[in-house]
Structure formats: C-alpha cells, structure tokens
Design a protein around this ligand. Structure first.
Ligand SMILES: Nc1ncnc2c1ncn2[C@@H]1O[C@H](COP(=O)(O)OP(=O)(O)O)[C@@H](O)[C@H]1O
Ligand SMILES: [Mg+2]
Length: 288
C-alpha cells in the first residue's frame, strides 16, 4: 500500500485573469478543503484550464492571490507548490520506458535507486500496470498511457492533484471505467483534487463539489446533488441538461412559492432566491 500523501488542509483563491482587455476569469473566489474532489465544469472557453493553470503556477494571474494552508502560494514556482498534474494529452516522454517516465520526478530529486524502485512499483500497482515497466508509451493504449501519467504525478506524493480533461481522448467505455479508478485512487490515497471537465456526467459522478463556470464567472458551487436538483439559474439548469423551461409572468410570490402565468396556464414553483426550500422535490418551473 503506498504511503499516504502529504495532506493539504485548505486552498483559498481569488483570481482574475485578463488577456488584453478580455476578462477570462472574473474574480474567481474559492476555498477547497483537504480531501475534497472539486470539479470545474463549464463549456469550452469558459476559463477552466486557465484557472487550473494559474493554480499550478504555469500561468500568472493578472490579479489575486492563492493561499495554501494559510501561506501565500501564488508567488511560488510550479515545482515548489508540490502539485501533481495530469493533462488530456498524457504528455509522457516517448523515448523513455514506463518505469523511467514514472521515476522521472524522483530521479530529478536524486532519490536513491531502491527507494525509486519501491515507489515506482507501488504506483504501477495502484494503476494496475505492474509488468509494463519496460514498455514505451507508443506500445500502450490511450487508457494505459493515461494511467502512466497518473502514476508519474502521484509518485511525488503531491498535496494537490490537478486534472485537465484527462479522459477526453479515451473512448466512451474506457472513460467511464477510468472515472471510477480516478475516484478510487483519490479516496484511497486521501488526495485533494481539482478536476476540469466539460462533461456533466463526469462531474456528477466524480465530485464532492462542482464549480460551474460561464465566461470566467462562477455560476454555482455545490454538491452534485445541489447542482443537479437546485440549479441556481437558467445557465446551470440548461447546462445540466434540463429542458423544462417555461417563460411566464410572475403573478404572486408567497412564502417562497412563485406563481407564474405561462400562456394562460398557471405554474407554481419554488423561488430560487428563497433560502427556505419547500418540502417538494420538484424542479423549478415544473408544472404543479
Ligand atoms: N494564451 C492566451 N491568450 C489569449 N487568450 C487566451 C489564452 N489562453 C486562453 N485564452 C482564452 O481564454 C478563454 C478561456 O480559455 P480556457 O481556460 O482554455 O477555457 P476552457 O479550458 O474552459 O475551455 C478562452 O476564450 C480562450 O480563448
Ligand atoms: Mg480547457
């Protein structure tokens, strides 16, 4: 069993990113607790990768701060942050074997050979690739290559794992399998993870918390159930796949219940601004 990873208690961030006069992230404020699996979810171009890259230290923020366990972290270079990263395109070294790819970070840090061997074996066991040590990335399937990338990141015992659409290049069936594996590794090692995806199903199945972004603005942050059952606005509801929208005119609001006239039909629903939700589990706008 691999040793537990250095734990993180909290990450706090408030960041803004502009390219020219285009605001790509508009004061994105978040606090992530140790052990959480947080997903950045939103359509292409909404700023997910930029946010992750700023957390990683690969892209500078235009304004804002990142704090790790109460210490300012946004001035640290990427390698001093102690994070692991996995990207969509695997980014393995093609001329190096599986073993050497996974060992890479440890070798750079001058770990002793037997320690390297032990840690690499532990990680290859975790991602179910024992026996593949001498293969080259070109001799592996996409799913196997992504497991090598995960092992390579985990071998350094990162205090935070960053995933940017790691499963997008895999076929649908493998994607679902790998989802389960990533979730299991996260729990087993007690990781803290930020995961970027545009796939609602992926976010719903993996996350403790989903952060929905639109044009660099946080639309909603909540548990999968909250996001799914209580979308806070039309954008979130639409993005989560709801199609039961009715345009109407509000005729009454009583105790958090909104009554609306839609083309002659009266609908009643919960006022989404109301703090006290009714007993009903109906979605907003559902006919009553
Ligand atoms: N280096 C860059 N220069 C200019 N604009 C960029 C750069 N990188 C990203 N952008 C823009 O920032 C926005 C967010 O991009 P990105 O974070 O990659 O979105 P996502 O990962 O959600 O698809 C997009 O409009 C994109 O065109
Ligand atoms: Mg992206």
């Amino acid at each position: 069993m691999p040793e537990p990873i250095t734990s993180l208690n909290s990450l706090r961030m408030g960041i803004t990113k502009r390219y020219g006069n285009k605001t790509v992230l508009d004061n994105l404020e978040l606090e992530i607790r140790g052990g959480e699996f947080v997903t950045f979810l939103g359509p292409s171009g909404c700023g997910k990768s930029t946010a992750l890259s700023i957390v990683a230290g690969l892209t500078p923020a235009t304004a804002g701060e990142i704090w790790l366990d109460g210490k300012r972290a946004d001035e640290l270079p990427p390698e001093k942050r102690g994070f692991g990263m996995v990207f969509q395109n695997y980014a393995l070294f093609p001329h190096m074997t599986v073993f050497d790819n996974v060992a890479f970070g440890l070798t750079l840090k001058s770990f002793q050979q037997d320690e390297i061997k032990r840690r690499v074996q532990d990680m290859l066991r975790l991602v179910q690739l024992l026996g593949y040590e001498d293969r080259y990335p070109g001799q592996l399937s996409g799913g196997q290559q992504q497991r090598v990338a995960i092992a390579r990141a985990l071998v350094l015992r990162p205090r935070l794992m960053l995933f940017d659409e790691p499963l997008s290049n895999l076929d649908a069936k493998l994607r679902v399998e790998m989802r389960a594996e990533i979730k299991q590794i996260h729990s087993e090692l007690g990781l803290t993870s930020i995961y970027v995806t545009h796939d609602q199903a992926e976010a719903l199945s993996l996350s403790d918390r989903i952060v929905v972004l639109k044009d660099g603005v946080l639309m909603q942050s909540g548990s999968p159930q909250e996001i799914h059952d209580r979308p806070r606005n039309m954008f979130v509801a639409d993005f989560m796949g709801f199609r039961n929208f009715f345009r109407g005119k509000i005729v009454a609001v009583v105790d958090g219940v909104v009554e609306a006239d839609t083309a002659g039909v009266r609908l009643r629903g919960e006022d989404h601004r109301s703090r006290v939700w009714g007993r009903s589990q109906r979605h907003h706008g559902d006919p009553s």
